[in-house]
Design a protein around this ligand. Structure first.
Ligand code: CA
Length: 201
């Protein structure tokens, strides 16, 4: 086999799985994106679940055309995770996207395309990937990013932060009250000294 023929064959072996991946990800699940956008009224891009905010099609970071052979192997492994509980590390998905596939499996995910509202309950109540106190299922419904702890329902973030830093808040309030009390007494004492000096002798 000549060197040129070997080179052509190796390129072919690389291109085939890439094309196979393109066909598979052509069914990007926009039903979930549309549901969240309608429910939350927020503009949702692919970055909620995908590695690239423009989605998996293309040659950029986290896109099919830019994957290495090793990443294509992980992609195909994730695509075959039909049952929940399997290790999923797809290079075209972010941590939340991989978490969804690992938690519910590809089979249920495909079923939910017609009922995207049911994905929230299937995610469970305890997972909070960004640790902001708002569970993933709630962030999915609210259209906030499950991997950004600064993005969430403002009231829930406020309550959660208040609870998390309640000791600091109590100390700040205590110090503020003491300061105001001290200033008030200082002013009162100063006023009494002034009055005393003004009294006729
Ligand atoms: Ca969260």
């Amino acid at each position: 086999m000549t060197m040129r023929l070997r080179s052509c064959l190796s390129r072919f072996l690389l291109v085939v799985p890439v094309l196979a991946g393109c066909v598979a990800t052509a069914d990007a699940y926009s039903e979930f994106q549309k549901f969240v956008q309608t429910r939350s009224g927020r503009a949702i891009n692919c970055a909620m679940c995908h590695a690239n905010s423009d989605g998996p099609d293309g040659a950029g970071f986290g896109q099919i055309g830019g994957l290495s052979p090793e990443e294509i192997g992980r992609l195909n492994q994730a695509r075959a995770a039909f049952e929940p509980g399997q290790a999923v590390d797809s290079p075209i998905l972010n941590k939340f996207g991989n978490h969804i596939v690992a938690t519910i499996g590809k089979t249920r995910l495909l079923e939910f395309r017609n009922r995207p509202e049911e994905l929230a309950a299937a995610l469970g109540t305890t997972s909070d990937l960004d640790g902001d106190g708002i569970p993933d299922w709630r962030e999915y419904l609210d259209g906030t990013h499950p991997l950004k702890k600064t993005d969430g329902n403002p009231w829930l973030l406020f309550v959660n932060n208040l609870s998390r830093y309640r000791f600091h808040v109590i100390m700040i309030v205590f110090a503020t009250v003491l300061t105001i009390y001290g200033l008030a007494n200082l002013l009162r004492g100063s006023s009494e000294v002034h009055d005393a000096t003004q009294e006729p002798k």
